[in-house]
Design a binder for this molecule. Structure first.
Ligand SMILES: Nc1ncnc2c1ncn2[C@@H]1O[C@H](COP(=O)(O)OP(=O)(O)OP(=O)(O)O)[C@@H](O)[C@H]1O
Length: 280
């Protein structure tokens, strides 16, 4: 039996008064336990797609939508937004903008209260979520007194505690300094190891290759490429056609290796390929 975490079929969307479609006939599937990275230039439609997967489109953001979106077995276009909260959690770019409560533990509790999680269960979930993102011991602090990386980890904990079947993140590290970025990527890596199903919009291609199972490349609202990081990033010529770059190791290796089948897309792989080349 077919059981996909996400199934998108011929999704087309147009904002009210827009002259053209922002999403054009997009189709892809994601299995449970897989992480999808969405990349593409500014204005390609990445955030719009994330909002559609989450059900914000069309339930809170208006527009003309066609096609099918099934997330965790539910038809997003037919279900009310309140049901989507349980389905998929969304972490945004701006860490401070998504925090509103007085203390770290209240921040995590807030969403749980909204979905009616009983008190005892809430305490357990808060502890587990803060532990996972490395914020145990910060329960009583003000979210606003945290660093950017800590704030974003708190935002992730708040979403995680709701136990959504799919975690969605829209550029969760873009506004962070290198230390904050590393902190968040470490958390994402550990969530991935725990079997998280996720969707992440991210500009840091090097990072994406490390923990995404699939990559979707959007360009002017169209899904131009979909596949494994290896399939997508080793074809540099194709990426360049759409003004995208590959991981740095791939770009360097492309100049060195004749056998394009052997082009690495992650650092570990590159080290192996280069040492083999040097020995040859
Ligand atoms: N509410 C809206 N009404 C009309 N057009 C919109 C609206 N929101 C976004 N758009 C347009 O839809 C297109 C896709 O925007 P979107 O934010 O989804 O792209 P993106 O790939 O996430 O870009 P970025 O990388 O800059 O965040 C853009 O042309 C944008 O101007």
């Amino acid at each position: 039996m077919e059981n996909k975490a996400i199934k998108v079929e011929n999704l087309t969307f147009r904002y009210p008064d827009a002259e053209s479609d922002t999403l054009k006939n997009i189709s892809f599937e994601l299995d449970y336990g897989e992480v999808l990275g969405i990349i593409g230039p500014n204005g390609a439609g990445k955030t719009t797609l994330a909002m559609a997967l989450k059900g914000l489109i069309p339930h809170t953001v208006d527009g003309e939508i066609q096609g099918k979106i099934i997330v965790d077995g539910k038809d997003v276009l037919k279900h009310d937004i309140s049901e989507q909260v349980l389905n998929s959690g969304l972490v945004f770019q701006d860490p401070e903008g998504q925090l509103s409560q007085m203390s770290v533990e209240e921040e995590v509790a807030f969403g749980l209260g909204n979905i009616g999680v009983p008190r005892a269960e809430m305490v357990k979930r808060i502890e587990k979520a803060l532990q996972t993102v490395g914020l145990a011991g910060f329960e009583k602090r003000s979210p606003l007194a945290l660093s950017g990386g800590q704030q974003q980890r708190l935002a992730i904990a708040s979403v995680m505690a709701m136990e959504p079947s799919i975690m969605m993140m829209d550029e969760p590290t873009t506004m962070l300094d290198p230390v904050g970025k590393n902190e968040v990527f470490k958390v994402l890596k550990s969530l991935k190891e725990k079997g998280m199903t996720g969707v992440i919009i991210e500009h840091e291609i090097e990072r994406l290759t490390m923990y995404c199972d699939k990559i979707l490349v959007l360009h002017e609202g169209e899904s131009i490429l979909f596949g494994t990081p290896k399939e997508i990033f080793s074809d540099l010529m194709l990426l360049k056609k759409f003004k995208l770059r590959g991981p740095q190791v791939t770009e360097v290796a492309y100049e060195v290796f004749n056998d394009k089948e052997q082009i690495p897309v992650v650092l570990d792989e590159a080290v192996q390929s280069f040492s083999k080349e040097l020995k040859a």
